[in-house]
Design a protein. Structure first.
Length: 641
């Protein structure tokens, strides 16, 4: 087979039913073939003639091209099966002589193999090559990208009845309207010369039917608009708020809106996938998503329902990943194989994605690895846009999700690395090492003294001071540094938190508003009215609940839409501290007065309809003349740690 298609002529067979010979050939394979040990059961292959085969191309070649029967190709069949679980392509090769790789000793030669080339764009090049060969006595197949030399998919193989075949997902050849193909059989009999037969030179074309778009998973997202305020709920109606479907519902909202020219509308540049039953890895991943990709969840080895393979993506996550992130882009896996099954790497590679797994020995080391990638992404993004690299770091508790996850609402937009600490020292060595690698100018702890003690702050302060960083950018007078308004004069380490989770949530929301107010005018990525979005989340639940997931999924709204601010609750009510944040005047403006859309992330089990009504009452009726309760002396501002 030539490396390129020199002949642009097409021989089209746009049939949508099986050609008789193709049916006989593939049906014969199913009747006679046995799977190779590496393949799936033959019963898994749909029988040609069934409605699942939407298109089939059969290409014949006269016998006698070469003198060696096993090299003399006479037929290539490529069939498209629109299977509900995974549309796939079946490739079958037949020759004059029987193709019996696992019993024919000549297949042990590295020169003996079958190759099918696929042109995906109509240009005279091959974008995919299917190589079928024998390895260790087992029939194997690789679907390769010849331009990069990388494997795109790992097809299943079948052999029997003198025929060889392979099957792989349609996504491995992208969503193209047609395939142009060539096929080559190379066979070395004993120590003799290699005999080669080539079938087709670019004129073999299989039109593929349009693959119907999967219906959105979440059909019941609701919105109501009155007096210029839209209250929207993002939920899937699966009987409550659960991590996987809720992240999908949020992604469908976030990645279905055009944003700025700097970020491609309607799609993610990459994806971040975390386990659905623990918050720490997903928390650090919220900053990695950075408004440029969805944060999705899948089963861990311990959370997968009985009979479910944790090495296969949760179906809803798989569907949303395909919808939002083009094949060939990166998917980040958060955590080692105890967090996310090792089979996921192969699953995603077979789907056509590049896989990067952050597998630390413990959550602190995973956070450290992720922080390096976050730092690199922010630096790259800032170098090509007017985005501001704030060079700050968040410290969050490793064990108390209600006080930690709100950090994602700020980190997701500003690209702030999130590192993990315990309530008391010692500070984990990987957290200290990450600080040394990042060398931040400012460090913000999220949560009150009950989750991150002042002793931790003292240990961090001593370490950073000894390392010679954290004192403000070189050459900047701390008295005039804009960060002074956050952490206080001459201070690089401060706390955003309160005595309980809602106080912490309200304090972090104030921080996000202050960040947008202070730096938003310096970047076009913050809208002219950055407070047009507010996001409602619930911090209800004990430390063992998975309610963390909807909060972290909601961070993508903030990341994508210019720093949208969280409004927190536990039961749908607005507490005095949260009200203080909504109604506090900053530069003469109250935050709630500028909200145009309030997005409640979660179903009614977490966020009752009354929550939306309560927020609407502040927009329509205004804030109370006097606060319901006196705010603490520090208000919602940061305090030294």
């Amino acid at each position: 087979m030539g490396p390129q298609f020199a002949d642009r002529r097409h021989r089209r067979q746009p049939t949508l039913v099986l050609v008789l010979t193709a049916a006989v050939l593939v049906a014969g394979l199913l009747a006679l073939a046995r799977p190779s040990p590496a393949g799936a059961a033959a019963d898994d292959w749909p029988v040609p003639g069934a409605s699942t085969f939407q298109a089939t191309g059969e290409y014949t070649d006269p016998a006698g091209d070469v003198s060696v029967p096993e090299a003399d190709l006479i037929e290539l069949v490529v069939a498209y099966n629109d299977a509900p679980s995974e549309p796939n392509l079946v490739v079958v090769l037949d020759a004059v002589g029987d193709l019996e790789p696992e019993t024919d000793p000549n297949w042990a030669s590295s020169a003996t193999r079958a190759t099918v080339g696929f042109d995906l764009d109509g240009e005279p090049t091959i974008e995919r090559t299917l190589e079928i060969y024998l390895d260790g006595g087992v029939l194997e197949a690789d679907l390769m990208n010849p331009a990069t030399g990388t494997e795109v998919c790992d097809p299943e193989t079948f052999t029997g009845g003198g025929i060889i075949a392979a099957r792989f997902p349609r996504t491995c050849v992208d969503q193209v309207p047609e395939l142009r193909m060539t096929a080559t059989m190379a066979y070395q009999p004993g120590a003799g010369a290699v005999a080669v037969d080539e079938l087709g030179d670019g004129e073999l074309t299989l039109p593929l039917p349009d693959e119907p778009e999967s219906p959105p998973l979440c059909q019941n997202a609701t919105a109501s608009t009155r007096n210029e305020l839209t209250v929207r709920r993002l939920a899937c109606g699966v009987g409550g708020t659960e991590p996987i479907s809720q992240a999908v519902a949020t992604s469908q909202f976030v990645f279905d809106e055009p944003v700025t020219p700097a970020i491609d509308p309607y799609q993610g540049d990459y994806a971040v996938i975390a386990r659905d039953d623990d918050f720490a890895d997903a928390l650090t991943g919220s900053s990695l998503a950075f408004g440029q990709g969805p944060l999705l969840f899948t089963y861990s080895p311990t959370s997968a329902p009985p009979g479910t393979d944790p090495g296969a993506l949760a179906p809803a996550t798989r569907q949303e990943l395909i919808r939002t992130v083009p094949r060939g882009r990166t998917v980040y896996l958060m955590g080692g194989i105890a967090a996310l099954d090792g089979g996921l790497d192969g699953t995603l590679t077979a789907m056509g994605y590049e896989v990067v797994r952050f597998a630390g020995v413990g959550r602190e080391q995973t956070a450290r690895l992720v922080s390096q990638e976050v730092d690199a992404k922010v630096a790259e993004f800032a170098a090509t846009t007017d985005f501001i690299d704030t060079n700050m770091v968040f410290l969050a508790t490793r064990s108390n999700w209600p006080d930690a996850v709100v950090a994602g609402s700020v980190g997701a937009f500003w690209g702030t690395p999130i590192l993990l600490v315990d309530v008391e020292p010692p500070v984990h060595p990987d957290t200290l090492a990450a600080l040394d690698e990042l060398r931040p100018d400012y460090i913000h702890a999220i949560g009150g003294d009950a989750v991150i003690s002042g002793n931790v702050g003292a240990a961090i302060r001593d370490h950073v001071t000894a390392g010679g960083y954290g004192q403000g950018r070189p050459g900047v007078d701390l008295d005039s540094d804009p960060w002074q308004e956050f952490c206080g004069e001459g201070n690089f380490l401060c706390r955003w938190g309160g005595a309980e989770r809602l106080e912490t949530g309200a304090s972090v929301a104030q921080f996000n508003r202050d960040m947008v107010r202070r730096f938003g005018s310096q970047t076009s990525l913050v809208p002219d009215n950055p407070q047009q979005y507010a996001v409602g989340v619930s911090l209800a639940g004990d430390l063992e609940s998975n309610n963390f997931a909807h909060v972290l999924a909601a961070s993508t709204v903030s990341g994508r839409f210019g720093g949208a601010v969280f409004i927190v609750t536990t039961d749908g009510t607005i507490t005095p501290r949260v009200e203080d944040g909504l109604c506090r005047a900053t530069d003469g403006l109250r935050f709630i007065e500028d909200v145009e859309e309030f997005v409640m992330v979660g179903d009614t089990d977490l966020l009752p309809p009354a929550f939306g009504d309560n927020v609407r009452s502040y927009v329509e009726g205004g804030c109370p003349a006097a606060p319901r309760a006196a705010a603490p002396a520090t208000g919602l501002a940061a305090t030294p740690l």
